[in-house]
Design a protein around this ligand. Sequence first.
Ligand code: GDP
Ligand code: MG
Length: 370
Amino acid sequence: PEMVTVKTLAEKLNKQTSDVVKSLMLKGIMATANQEIDFDTASEIALEYNVLLEKEPEQDLVEAFFAEEPDDEKDLVTRSPIVVVMGHVDHGKTSLLDAIRESNVTSREAGGITQHIGASVVTINDHDITFLDTPGHEAFTAMRLRGAMATDIAILVVAADDGVMPQTIEAINHAKAAGVQIIVAVNKIDKPGANQDRVKQELVEYGLIAEDWGGDTICVPVSAIEKTNLDQLLEMILLVSEMEELKANPNKKASGTIVEAQLDKGRGPVATVLIQNGTLKVGDSIIAGTAYGRIRAMIDDKGRRVKQAGPSTPVEILGLSEVPVAGDAFFTAKNEREARHVADKVIEKNREKLIQNTPQKVTLDDLFNQ
Ligand code: GDP
Ligand code: MG
C-alpha cells in the first residue's frame, strides 16, 4: 500500500511518465513506468512539482480490506446448501444428524475414521449438502451477533410424540428473523404416541402451514432411530436449495465463517471454517477477528488433507496466531503481512471501542441540569 508505480504517480501529478522518470533519474534512481517506488521517494518527486503527497489514512485500508466487492453475475456458479438442525431439546437433533451421516457413508469411507470438525458434507443424487453440527440456536445467536449468516436452510425437528415446545418456538423465531427457509422434520414417528397431525396443527399458530394442509411448509415425517424417510428429507433440502438459486464465485479469495475453534495441544489453534464465497488454499493468509495467519494445512470433514476448498465447504485449518471466535467472519489477505496488519488494526479499534463504551461517571449536577 505504501508503494506507487511511476506511471500512477505521473498521472496523479498530471505529468508525462517520462518527466517523472527524468526527475527520478536526476536523483540517481533508474525506474521504468511500471516500476514501484516507495512513498517517501514519491513525495520528494511530488514536491518538485509543488504537490504535497498525503498518505491514505490507515483506517481506510482496513475498511477497504473488509469491504467485499460485489460479484459479477457471470462469475457465479451454483453452490451447495448450508443446513442447520434446530428444535426442542431431546426431540432428536443429534440423532437425526448422526443417522443422516451414517447412512451416507460411502463404501470407500466405511470403516475409516470419521473426524468431527463441526460441519459435514452429505451427498445425495450427486449433490452435496453441508450440515452444521452446532445446534441452530447457538450457531444463529453467535452468527447474528457477528453479522455473518452461514445458513440457507433450517431443519426444524419436532418430536411427533411431544409436539411444539418452547425451544421449537424459539427456533422458528430465530430462523424467521434470519430469513432462513424452514423445513419441518416430524421425528420419532416410530413411537406409539406419535401424532403427526397434532404437530401440524400446533405449527399453524406459528405461521408454518404444511403443504397437505394448503400451506407451503414442507413437512417430512422421519424416524432418526429407524432411519425412515431420511432420503426424502435430503431430497427436500435439495429442492428448496434449487428454488433459492444459491450461488457463489469460486474464482476469488475466500471469505466465510468460523464454525468451531479450539486450542489443540499438539497442533496449536485449530479452526473449522465454512467457506461461503471464493476458494481457500493452503498457503493463504486469513484473518478472523483478531486471529490471523498463514494456512499450514487443511483437513476436510472426512479427515482427508486437502490443498483447496470452494464455496459451501467446511474445512479444518491449522496455522492461526490464536483461537478465533466461533461465529466470526473470516477474510483472506494478500499475504501474511497484510493479515497481521489488519489484525493489529482490529485490536486497536477494539481497544478504542472499549474505552468509548466505558460508562462515564454521572454526577448529581448532571442529572438535575438535564
Ligand atoms: P437432541 O437433544 O434434540 O439432540 O435429541 P437426541 O438426538 O439426543 O435424542 C433424544 C432422545 O430421543 C434419545 O434418547 C434418542 O435415542 C431419542 N430419539 C431420537 N430420535 C428418535 C426417533 O426417531 N425415534 C425414537 N423412538 N427415539 C428417538
Ligand atoms: Mg443434541
